[in-house]
Design a protein around this ligand. Structure first.
Ligand code: PLP
Length: 409
């Protein structure tokens, strides 16, 4: 039987790229008693989280919160703005992009897949020029939406969403822009309004540092307009009733009250100006990512992302040498050092593992995870070029965080 009550040997190192470790402050907030979701106190909470999450998405427009995992919010984004048989241009950056493509087909959409071929295509971000070309060729405007993943969690590649917006504008095409930032939001820079995104999909269990269970659609006025005539079947996911009731701080169904307590706390933490707000959050993840990449390079191993301009600040994919099963390395690290790493997914299964650097994390958490990796790689018989742990220590020691980890007493 699973017994996580008592850990005489310290905490498990949850270094997967989501769910991420939840800070104690958030766990405490979520332990408050569940309240009446139709009572006056709830309206306060509802308004607080709806305003907080708008600031995280950097939007002035409505954000819909669902009691569902990110997959539900994916479905909500598609069904609210599209009709059966609509053409959608979907860029395949990795496993999660391919799952969204599969969902679009299952919903009866006509998914046109674009992307660089083969495994190489999973090592680079969205090539906006390919999207521009496809849209320019679509003179009849049959394509109704462009779908891209901001931070591809399966590979550790972050795409340039502003460039995709530019490509759509350069083609003078009216397609909506739908973006999955499930693992990017609140870790990697994200600007829903400034980047002209119509629907951003996100989830609770990554940069927001919450357990899994709630997810989001951030909207644009154009998306809300499109939802009025979209014909794909929807009821639970329909935005209209939710947006209407949210105006008073309530939801048309029973919301996940305790996760919303956690969300209120997460927004306070992420937006706290004494800790530098969102800018400091983004800088913190960039710095951790750089330290981890330094370790991988010192080991002499290859990083899954092959384009330095789109390295993910959220996670790093590590390719194991030919003939070394990445999952066997992960198993050793899990069993010997109580540390979970992300598995290779889809096309890259067994070829790489993923180190998450998000959630309740700091330099020393990462140093511990990296030492687990280094010991595990050696135990698996991998010949390392040098010590990644030493490289990361050197990096973190010589690059202090812009905002101190702890406020001076
Ligand atoms: N999209 C991305 C980029 C993800 O990382 C994930 C989950 O890890 C999903 C979609 C699916 O979300 P969920 O597992 O919460 O349903």
């Amino acid at each position: 039987m699973l017994n996580l009550d008592y850990h005489p040997t310290g905490r498990h190192f949850l270094q997967i790229p989501g769910p991420s470790p939840v800070p104690d402050r958030i766990l405490r907030a979520m332990s408050l008693p569940t309240i009446d979701h139709r009572g006056p106190e709830f309206a306060e909470l509802g308004k607080r989280v709806l305003s907080g999450i708008q600031q995280i998405f950097q939007t002035r427009h409505p954000v819909v919160i669902y009691p569902a995992s990110g997959t539900g919010a994916w479905e909500a984004a598609l069904t609210n703005v599209l009709s059966p048989g609509d053409q959608v241009l979907m860029y395949e950056t990795g496993h999660f992009a391919s799952l969204w493509i599969k969902m679009a087909s299952r919903l009866g959409l006509n998914a046109q897949v674009v992307g660089l071929p083969g495994v190489e295509g999973w090592r680079r971000g969205v090539q906006a020029s390919m999207i521009e070309e496809k849209l320019k060729a679509d003179s009849g405007h049959a394509i109704k939406a462009v779908c891209v993943v901001h931070n591809e969690t399966s590979t550790g590649v972050t795409s340039n969403i502003a460039a995709v917006r530019k490509a759509i504008d350069a083609a003078k095409h009216p397609a909506l822009l739908l973006v999955d930032s499930i693992s990017g939001l609140a870790s990697a820079e994200y600007k829903h309004d400034d980047w002209g995104v119509d629907v951003t999909v996100s989830g609770s269990q990554k940069g927001l540092m919450l357990p899994p269970g709630i997810s989001f659609n951030a909207l644009s006025p154009k998306a809300i307009e499109a939802s009025k005539s979209a014909k794909l079947p929807k009821a639970f996911w329909a935005w209209d009733e939710i947006i209407e009731m949210n105006k008073t701080g309530y939801f048309p169904y029973t919301p996940s009250t305790n996760l919303l307590y956690g969300l209120a706390e997460a927004c306070d933490m992420l937006l706290d100006p004494t800790h530098g707000g969102l800018e400091a959050t983004f800088a913190r993840h960039q710095r951790w990512a750089e330290g981890v990449r330094g370790a991988v390079k010192a080991w002499g191993l290859e990083i899954q992302c092959a384009d330095a301009s789109v390295y993910s600040p959220v996670l790093t994919g590590v390719i194991t040498p030919e003939g070394v099963d990445a999952d066997a390395v992960r198993k050793i690290i899990y069993e010997r050092f109580d540390c979970s790493l992300g598995t290779g997914l889809g096309k890259v299964k067994g070829r790489m593992f993923r180190i998450g650097h998000l959630g309740d994390c700091n330099d020393l958490t990462l140093m511990a995870a990296l030492s687990g990796c280094e010991m595990g790689l050696k135990l698996a018989g991998v010949k390392l070029a040098g010590s990644g742990v030493q490289a990361a220590m050197d990096f973190f020691a010589s690059h202090p965080a812009h905002v101190p980890m702890q406020k001076a007493a």
